[in-house]
Design a protein around this ligand. Structure first.
Ligand code: ADP
Length: 585
């Protein structure tokens, strides 16, 4: 899509979101326009008063007329502020209503997306959308658009009034602005190439900054601070150099335009004075134009800045649209009942079209059996294990529970089938009890304590300041990795689902904790179908079947003893593992 078309479709997205609040928004705009009208009125009244007074003594009727005019001016000022206040209040009410609807729409949309969508990158993006981008909508709808509307109509109304009063002085007030704008466009138009250079340099600088910050632990550990900083500072210097060129090239045209907006007095003052002295205009008219002329250019800045705000808004809108248009997981109209055992039929999957990660795999995991997935890093173990609870849909082939394709089971029913224990355990900033209850909201306290005991977490929970009612710090900060793991196992125990999927659950846990976690898993796995991705082969040698994955294909499968004889790859992995263990001993 061309950029202009893209912007158009993004704006139509904004209009769609704003549609329910259309009436309020239009009324807010009308109030702002009326308010600006009242704002112009006192100046016009001042002009009428000077025209009436004109230096001569006033009759009683004339004096009364002038008092009336002054009252009109005061009323107009009050009405302007009432209209403007009401307009702002209305635009805020509509903006917050739109924000509310948008947040609900995003939240509803997130419920329809596959679990696989919530990877690290997308989660970061969603966070940004929910906080910054949605807030940006409020700024655009409740501030930028009303400010622009008010500035535009103020300028338009003033220009009309000025032309009605005296077209020659009106021209003298306004003429400098289009001339300045044309000069600026002509001189700056030729300099767009440098803006593209500047965009590229800024992108490079941002990338260098992210690399610098992300790599900080490595940079410090290897004492490379000077070299790494010079790479980052080099990109800053490039940016600075281009910005310098931009300033040099644009200094003159931008200054001419600024002058044309703010210094229209340079033209108005001599023209007005000459016309007054030649008796072509009254003093009232002259003073009126001087009053109106001083502030005539200021709203122009608001209008010019609107372009920048629009750009910012379109960027936010694009990120919001990316979430709202993400492909949802299809839901069957009627949920079919899941059968027993997990079966893969020529399963194919890739994260993108170019690379297949799973290359036509057939597998069968009978109910209540313990199956382990092993293989080199990048073989596709995690991907395969996550295809089973439908983190993503397979590209070709199918995965079934018994005879039932998982795509024909409603998500809630499908999720009832699985207990998932992954390396990164997420705990909510809530009490230990509330975190455990996620496994089963109806569980009694006694049942929760029982599960915690089986998962070997009761003891450390009781040592926490308020036991089960202790609020877990941000991301469970006050709880160790092993303890988190055991809490997640307790959660899974409470859920009591027939299939358990464990992805490297004991990786990076110290040996003492590993034994505890392993013990908890053994309790949990009794009478369940167990799929384990093993980090340490020693933890899965008792599996009923070990599947060796390599480059998205099944290289071999069998028990530990069978594989040691049949699979070179497995044998090598086992030897590497045992050697590593003897090293650590
Ligand atoms: P394993 O668990 O065996 O280490 P994975 O299933 O994690 O393997 O990864 C298999 C391949 O898929 C790797 O090449 C990995 O880089 C790629 N991959 C994994 N997750 C993603 C993702 N979210 N997006 C794109 N590629 C991915």
């Amino acid at each position: 899509m061309k950029p202009k078309q893209k912007n158009k479709s993004r704006l139509s997205g904004l209009l769609r979101m704003a549609a329910p609040q259309k009436g309020k928004l239009i009324f807010s705009g009308l109030l702002a326009i009326i308010g600006e009208g009242f704002g112009v009125l006192p100046f016009f009244i001042i002009y009428r008063i000077i025209a009436e007074v004109g230096g001569k003594p006033l009759s009683e009727i004339e004096q009364r007329f002038i008092y009336m005019l002054i009252i009109y001016a005061i009323v107009a000022i009050i009405l302007k502020h009432i209209c403007m206040g009401a307009s702002t209040a209305l635009s805020h009410v509509s903006a917050y209503n739109i924000l509310y609807d948008l947040r609900v729409e995003i939240a509803k949309k997130l419920r329809t997306l596959s679990l696989g969508y919530f990877n690290k990158q997308n989660t970061g993006q969603i966070k940004k959308v929910m906080s910054e981008d949605v807030e940006q909508m409020e700024i655009f709808l409740a501030h930028n658009i009303p400010d622009f509307t008010a500035a535009f109509f103020y300028t338009l109304l003033t220009a009309i009034v000025l032309f009605v009063v005296d077209w020659r002085l009106a021209l003298a007030t306004i003429l400098a602005i289009p001339i300045g704008a044309v000069i600026q466009m002509m001189t700056m138009g030729r300099g767009m190439d440098i803006i593209n250079k500047w965009f590229l340099a800024t992108e490079k600088m941002n990338a260098a900054m992210i690399e610098y910050i992300q790599g900080m632990p490595i940079i410090k550990a290897f004492n490379h601070t000077v070299e790494s900083f010079s790479k980052y500072s080099g990109s800053i210097e490039d940016c600075l150099r281009i910005e310098g060129q931009i300033s040099k090239r644009w200094y003159l045209p931008t200054s001419i335009f600024s002058v044309s907006i703010t210094a229209n007095m340079l033209l108005l003052l001599p023209v007005g004075a000459a016309m007054y002295l030649a008796g072509m205009i009254t003093l009232g008219k002259f003073v009126f134009f001087l009053l109106m002329g001083v502030g005539f250019g200021s709203p122009m800045w608001v209008m010019i800045q609107f372009g920048r705000f629009m750009e910012k808004h379109l960027e936010s809108q694009a990120r919001i649209d990316a979430v709202l248009t993400a492909k949802p997981l299809s839901e069957p109209d009627q949920s079919e009942t899941p059968g027993k055992g997990i079966f893969g039929n020529t399963v194919e999957f890739g994260y993108n079209r170019q690379n297949k990660v799973i290359n036509g795999i057939d597998f069968s995991i009978p109910a209540r059996k313990f199956v382990a997935l092993v293989g080199p890093s990048g073989a596709g173990k995690t991907t395969l294990a996550r295809l089973i609870p439908r983190f993503w849909d397979v590209e070709a082939g199918s995965i079934t529970l018994g005879e039932t394709d998982i795509r024909n089971i409603k998500t809630d029913d499908l999720m009832d089938q699985f207990g998932l224990i992954f390396q990164n355990v997420y705990l909510f900033n809530d009490t230990v009890l509330a975190n455990l209850k996620l496994g089963n909201s109806d569980a009694s306290d006694a049942k929760i304590v029982d599960a915690a005991k089986k998962a070997r977490c009761h003891e450390f929970i009781m040592k926490l300041p308020r036991g089960y009612d202790t609020v877990i710090g941000e991301k469970g900060a006050r709880i160790s990795g092993g303890e988190k793991q055991r809490l997640s196992i307790a959660r899974a125990l409470l859920k009591d689902s027939p299939i358990l999927i464990l992805d490297e659950a004991t990786a990076f846990i110290d040996p003492e904790n590993e034994a505890l976690v392993q013990g908890a898993i053994n309790k949990l796995a009794r009478n369940k179908t167990l799929v384990v991705i093993a980090h340490r082969i020693s933890t899965i040698i008792a599996a009923d079947e070990i599947v060796v994955l390599d480059k998205g294909r099944i290289a071999a499968s069998g028990t530990h003893e069978q594989l040691l004889v049949n699979s070179e790859l497995y044998k090598n992995m086992w030897e590497t593992h045992t050697t590593a263990q003897s090293w650590s001993l």
